[in-house]
Design a protein around this ligand. Structure first.
Ligand code: URA
Length: 210
C-alpha cells in the first residue's frame, strides 16, 4: 500500500514477534509481553525525527558534545487496547506525559463518542504519540487526532500494530499530516469491523476477557 506518511516496519524483530502475537494459541501473558516489545520497537522508529539541541556534558575524562531532546512528548493510549502499549514506551522516554483517551462507538449513529478525556485546557506537550494497536475503521483514530489538534498539539503521530486499508485511508484522508506507524497492513475489515486476518480483539487478548 503506497500512502505518503504511512510507515510499515519491515524490521525482522518486529515481524518475528508479530507472527507470535497473531497466533490464536498465544496466551494473554505472552500476548501482553509482545505488545509491549513491538510497541517499543515501533516507537523507536516513530521518534527518529524528534528535535535535538546541543548540550555539553562533563564526563570523568572531559567535556563531551552531546544532544538532548527539545520537544515534550505525550503518550496518548486509546482505552482500552492501547493501554498495553504504554509502559514499555514510557520506560524509553520517562519524561513523557501520559494522557488517556476513552472513546466508544455509538451503535445507532456508528460515530465515536468520547467518554474519558482529562486533557487540561492548554496543551502541555509538543509531540503526541497516539497508541492503539488496531487501526480498523479509522473512526476512533480520526476522532482522537481531532481531539488532540483541537487541544493544540503541534505534532501528532499514530503508532499502531496492524492496520486495515480502510482505516489507513480514512485516517490519512482526514489528517494527511499525521504519520502512521504500523507493523503490518492486512487484507480487509469484516462486516463487524474486525481486521482480517488480524489477531482478533486486541483488548480481550491482552486482558483475558475474550
Ligand atoms: N479492534 C480489535 O481489537 N481488533 C480488530 O480486528 C479491530 C478492532
Amino acid at each position: 500500500m503506497q500512502i505518503e506518511n504511512l510507515f510499515v516496519s519491515g524490521h525482522p524483530l518486529i515481524q518475528h514477534k508479530l507472527a507470535i502475537l497473531r497466533n490464536k494459541n498465544t496466551e494473554p501473558k505472552k500476548f501482553r509481553e509482545l505488545i509491549r516489545e513491538i510497541s517499543i520497537l515501533l516507537a523507536y522508529e516513530a521518534t527518529a525525527d524528534l528535535g535535538l539541541a546541543p548540550i555539553s556534558v562533563e564526563t570523568p575524562m572531559g567535556i563531551a558534545a552531546c544532544r538532548q531532546l527539545t520537544e515534550t512528548i505525550g503518550l496518548v493510549p486509546v482505552l482500552r487496547a492501547g493501554l498495553g502499549m504504554v509502559e514499555g514506551i514510557w520506560e524509553m522516554m520517562p519524561g513523557a506525559e501520559v494522557w488517556h483517551i476513552g472513546l466508544f462507538r455509538d451503535e445507532r449513529t456508528l460515530r465515536p463518542v468520547q467518554y474519558y478525556n482529562k486533557l487540561p485546557v492548554a496543551p502541555t506537550v509538543q509531540v503526541c504519540l497516539i497508541l492503539d494497536p488496531m487501526l480498523a475503521t479509522g473512526g476512533t483514530a480520526v476522532a482522537t487526532v481531532d481531539i488532540l489538534k483541537k487541544w493544540g498539539a503541534q505534532r501528532v503521530k499514530y503508532v499502531g500494530i496492524i492496520g486495515a486499508p480502510e482505516g489507513i485511508c480514512r485516517l490519512h484522508e482526514a489528517h494527511p499530516d499525521v504519520p502512521i506507524h504500523l507493523a503490518a497492513v492486512d487484507e480487509h475489515l469484516n462486516d463487524i469491523g474486525y481486521i482480517v486476518p488480524g489477531l482478533g480483539d486486541a483488548g480481550d487478548r491482552q486482558f483475558g476477557t475474550g
